[in-house]
Design a protein around this ligand. Structure first.
Ligand code: HEM
Length: 120
């Protein structure tokens, strides 16, 4: 039910970890988006992104990484690259049984971060 925190409706930490891991695996191996991940320790990024999503969705986490602008500084991520990752995330959310309304709620939290991620 939607009275539960989004964190719970996403399936808690177990599911968030899996959704993030698969989204990052797909983004970092797609020829259209892999360049940003060259030389990056994927396990560390996955851990950090999962903590960030946990906190953002009202879960019991404290994200202690960099701001979104700082985390993506120097990567010059394009709007197209952002949208590709976003589409992988949407597919993984569905594949993990997250309802459309809950996907939309997460999208509302992530969408406004686009200007902090793109073109830095
Ligand atoms: C709303 C969208 C996004 C969010 C919320 C997000 C979130 C994050 C977070 C939390 C970190 C870890 C920062 C830290 O540990 O200090 C990170 C790092 C990173 N992100 Fe994103 N990200 C987004 C989009 C993207 C996109 C579209 C790409 C590339 C296609 C990308 C590539 C990376 C890379 C390569 C790193 C590692 C940077 C490094 O370690 O130097 N991110 N992101």
């Amino acid at each position: 039910a939607s009275d539960k925190p989004l964190y719970d409706r996403l399936g808690g930490m177990r599911q968030i970890n899996d959704i993030v891991s698969k989204t990052i695996d797909r983004t970092s191996s797609d020829p259209r988006t892999k360049r940003s991940f060259e030389g990056i320790k994927l396990a560390a990024v996955k851990e950090s992104v999962a903590q960030h999503l946990c906190e953002l969705s009202g879960g019991p986490c404290k994200y202690e990484g960099a701001s979104m602008a700082k985390a993506h500084a120097g990567l010059a991520i394009t709007s197209e690259e952002f949208d590709i990752m976003d589409a992988y995330l949407a597919e993984e959310l569905s594949a993990h049984g997250v309802a459309d309304a809950d996907k939309a709620e997460l999208q509302k939290l992530l969408g406004p971060m686009k200007p902090d991620v793109v073109g830095k």
